[in-house]
Design a protein. Structure first.
Lengths: 278, 91
């Protein structure tokens, strides 16, 4: 990793944010017309090139070698991560209807180790690149923060529409949405008169962490553990909260290697008495 | 004019109809409509199932009283109530 890329590594709170919410947004800086040129090139494709989208639009290669992208992916997957062969250009044209909430398919041979759902680790991430501004009526990607920790029941999701705490990814041109592979997400309806492109990639972990692959500061451990126990991502039933907290800490420890957080008893209740309600 | 059934699926944070609503899906009795995520929506239509009942919706299905199954392979977020309203539609 170059010193430039090291400067873009995530910090403890950003990694905790990813574990809690399941997503992270990167905005690599490029020249003024870079993303509009990519958009124009995508518009000019006669058919969907599938996995060969980078051959059809070579400028896409530059995005994934940008230090801010390398830094974020190294932080989450280790510095020896790889880009999977599978990628897909989503063309969301005016009139496109909403997808159902879903977790992406596990039955793709490009997932090298063919793993199942991984609610306690980051083995692979989806990276969604948007070459144009995405407004709310242009079919933005919707996601449920924190849902990557749970395995969805697709039959039940078919009867769920808006979630109270859903995130609608209205983003600036050139933004990359990095998602835990198992997050519940959906493309939404495009009611505008504009085509919305999103090019999706898959990145994979190749080795287990021996040490944190991000800018780690062990003096923050107690505060981070507190965040993993208390921060809300989206409203859940109480029966899932303890499972959620356990999976968050286990995920952190799988990422951190030797710098694992230790669960130690500490008195969280001492302090001022509650005051009478006025 | 015909009386038709509107269906509102509302998931609560618990089986208590006064618990905060987590998600909603409105099924209108109109040909061609589907349940979609509305990215332009500002929150849910009702804060609780009880608020929907106050507004005239009638509960026709209560969530399974067994609640969540511990250590289940799959998770469902929220406890789903199904409500109906019978209204006149001008087809």
């Amino acid at each position: 990793m170059t010193s430039s890329e090291t400067g873009y590594l995530l910090n403890d709170d950003q990694v905790a944010d990813f574990i809690i919410n399941g997503y992270h947004i990167v905005k690599p800086s490029f020249s003024k017309n870079f993303h509009s040129d990519v958009y124009t090139a995508l518009e000019g494709l006669p058919t969907n090139p599938g996995d060969a989208v980078n051959d059809a639009v070579p400028a896409l290669d530059q995005i994934y070698t940008h230090p801010s992208v390398v830094g974020a992916l190294s932080s989450l997957l280790g510095s020896d991560y790889t880009m999977a062969e599978h990628r897909h250009c989503h063309r969301n044209h005016p009139g496109t209807r909403s997808q159902m909430w879903h977790q992406d398919n596990l039955n793709i041979p490009m997932l090298e180790d063919g793993h199942g759902r991984v609610p306690d680790h980051v083995r692979s991430v989806l990276v969604m690149y948007y070459p144009q501004n995405v407004e709310a009526n242009m079919g933005p990607t919707a996601l449920i923060p924190g849902s990557h920790l749970f395995t969805s029941a697709p039959d039940r999701n078919a009867s769920q529409g808006n979630f109270r705490d859903q995130i609608i990814a209205t983003v600036d041109a050139g933004s990359l949405l990095i998602l835990h592979y198992d997050i519940w997400h959906a493309g939404t309806a495009n009611t505008s008169d504009k085509v919305r492109y999103m090019v999706k990639y898959l990145f994979e972990r190749k080795s287990e962490s021996e040490d944190p692959s991000w800018n780690h500061d062990s003096s923050q451990d107690t505060r981070i553990l507190d965040r993993l126990e208390k921060d809300e991502a989206a409203a859940l039933q109480r029966s899932l909260v303890s499972k959620r907290n356990y999976l968050r800490t286990k995920m952190w420890n799988n990422l951190a290697g030797s710098a694992r957080l230790e669960y130690e008893y500490r008195d969280k209740w001492a302090g001022a008495w509650p005051q009478p309600v006025k | 004019m015909a009386i038709k059934q509107r269906l509102l699926y509302l998931s609560g944070q618990s089986m208590d109809p006064r618990s905060p609503a987590i998600s909603q899906a409105l099924h209108e009795p109109i040909e061609g409509t589907i349940v979609e995520i509305d990215p332009t929506a500002k929150g849910l239509d009702y804060a609780t199932v009880h608020d929907a009942v106050v507004d005239g919706w009638r509960i026709v299905h209560f969530p399974d009283q067994r609640g969540s199954v511990y250590d289940s392979d799959v998770e469902v977020i929220g406890f789903q109530f199904i409500l109906e309203k019978l209204e006149e539609f001008n087809d």
